[in-house]
Design a protein. Structure first.
Length: 81
């Protein structure tokens, strides 16, 4: 399972990618975070991914996932909270 935790810090978002084996933190804008999800999906299979997002990002991330990963979102393999 991959946990992606996003927190707001000033004008940017701090994104923590956490699995059993590693933890990585990256600073993004809202747009670059959406792009990073696309790139992540090309490198990592997005089954069983959990996103913890601030309220202002939930709508845009969910809309993006409905377009790019509808099956995984429908089957609850990707969750957004």
């Amino acid at each position: 399972m991959l946990n992606v935790t996003v927190s707001k810090q000033d004008a940017h978002y701090v994104v923590a990618y956490i699995t059993e084996n590693f933890e990585r933190k990256v600073v993004h804008t809202a747009e670059s975070f959406i792009d990073s999800i696309y790139n992540l999906g090309r490198k990592w299979h997005l089954n069983e991914v959990h996103f913890e997002l601030p309220k202002e990002l939930v709508s845009s991330v969910t809309s993006f996932l409905r377009v790019e990963y509808p099956g995984e979102l429908y089957e609850h393999r990707i969750t957004v909270a």
